[in-house]
Design a protein around this ligand. Sequence first.
Ligand code: 5RP
Length: 224
Amino acid sequence: MNEKLLVGEKAAEYVKDGMVVGLGTGSTVYYTIQKLGERVAAGLSIVGIPTSIQTEELAKKVGIPLMPFEEAETIHLAIDGADEADPESNLIKGGGGALLREKMIAYLAKQFIVVADSKKMVETLGAFKLPVEIIQFGYKVTQRHIEKLGCTAILRVKDGKPYVTDNGNYILDCDFGDIKDPQPLELKMNMIPGVVENGLFVGMADRIITVNQNGDVEDQNCRG
Ligand SMILES: O=C(CO)[C@H](O)[C@H](O)COP(=O)(O)O
């Protein structure tokens, strides 16, 4: 069973005619975007706002009309994946390196739907190392400040070179062990000069679409 396909396609059902839709990044929301492409070809009228260059290319390929984020007055709905989700619907995101644009777009969205296969659902955040986007200037100094918060921070590397985000920044993957109380950490992290954004999404998800132990799609309303 392809859980990513199941949850990705389920989320596409929330997209209605006339919506401005935030398009997330990754291998789960890939299926949402594919499905939306099919629906656009069949007459659905939407405008997408991509959270990464990768997603922009995919959306163009499947025929979803796009608009620049800076021109958006509102986003009706944003759909995105997650690396981990805890029982309070707090998330770690940024495995794909798009956390900054993902958070900006989710923040503007009236509704934020997360698509997550069952492996992403955890009791406590932190087995997945927390991605933190930092500026390149003085990055080792920023790294030391971040480590004082109680983690080991490793510079993300791709093809033997530091990984550079769509925004021209570096990413540190930070091992805090269990993150039992994500909100203070999210705030403290962003107080450090040189930190642009971190991958903790606290209290942002409105729905999480996942797969339960019986193999059924479970559509959780995070607002009770
Ligand atoms: O945060 C992200 C990218 O920055 C992704 O949403 C997250 O990494 C999940 O990706 P996938 O659906 O491929 O497991």
